[in-house]
Design a protein around this ligand. Structure first.
Ligand code: SAM
Length: 233
């Protein structure tokens, strides 16, 4: 839910401009709020989810937008299919990969509990991307499944297989700028609908949910004078 943090949005826009990105790929559409929001920032937005109940809400939210496509597909397959098509059409542009299909499912076998690992395996060798992992453990709010936090322990080795030259950056508490319910009306791409307002209320229920860790992986180093980010190893 990066749309909650004005600073995160600014970093994404700066990365878009620096790497000349027109396609925003999201895994985990949830209620479609983020996909709808980024339809105003990118030429195309592609997203996916596996849960019918969320897809129904998400599809309703984007029905009037002609640059947002949400598929019912598991994210590793969704990314594999995207890359297949990308290569087939001879594309060379950089795309933004926003990985956010985090959902703890106690019924999943241990080796499948981190969906993000399956996603990164699908991206192996695909160097034309900026990867952004939401809910990353940089000391801010993050995913933690069965006592294992979502850090480099979970994704580091796989990220190196996506691009061995990736540079890693992360956000900081001091620069988070979280929106409140009253801000929604003035932010392009957001609406005062029940789902958006509920998500904002939920995010403000405890600091762990308000301030979320984000990892940014870029194919070339960033000039940190231009970004509100710090280097992460
Ligand atoms: C944290 S939410 C995503 C929030 C959304 N990106 C936003 O910014 O509002 C995680 C979503 O991932 C979905 N999900 C879980 N496993 C998935 C998978 N294997 N493939 C695609 N989506 C998945 C869940 O159904 C849930 O809607």
């Amino acid at each position: 839910m990066c749309w909650l943090d004005r600073t995160a949005i600014k970093q994404i826009i700066k990365l878009r401009d620096e790497f000349n990105i027109s396609t925003f790929i999201e895994t985990g559409a949830f209620m479609g709020i983020n996909a709808k929001f980024h339809s105003h920032n990118f030429k195309d937005v592609l997203s996916c989810d596996i849960k019918e109940e969320y897809l129904k809400i998400a599809m309703e939210k984007i029905k009037k937008l002609n640059n947002v496509f949400i598929e019912k597909k598991s994210s590793p397959k969704f990314l594999k299919d995207f890359i297949k098509n990308y290569k087939k059409t001879g594309r060379k542009d950089t795309v933004f990969m926003y990985l956010d299909a985090h959902f703890y499912d106690p019924l999943l076998p241990k080796e499948d509990k981190w969906v993000v690992q399956g996603e990164l395996k699908s991206l192996e060798g695909f160097e034309n991307c900026v990867v952004c992992i939401h809910d990353f453990d940089n000391g801010l709010g993050h995913c933690n499944y069965d006592g294992e936090p979502l850090g480099m322990n979970v994704v580091g080795g796989l990220l190196k297989k996506v691009n061995p030259n990736f540079n890693f950056y992360t956000n900081e508490l001091a620069t988070c700028d979280i929106i409140e319910e009253r801000d929604v009306k003035s932010i392009k791409g957001l609406s005062s609908d029940t789902e958006t307002l509920d998500n904002i209320m939920y995010a403000h229920s405890t600091p762990r949910l308000t301030y979320r860790g984000i990892l940014y992986c870029t194919p070339k180093p960033l000039d940190l004078n231009k970004y509100d980010l710090k280097k992460w190893n």
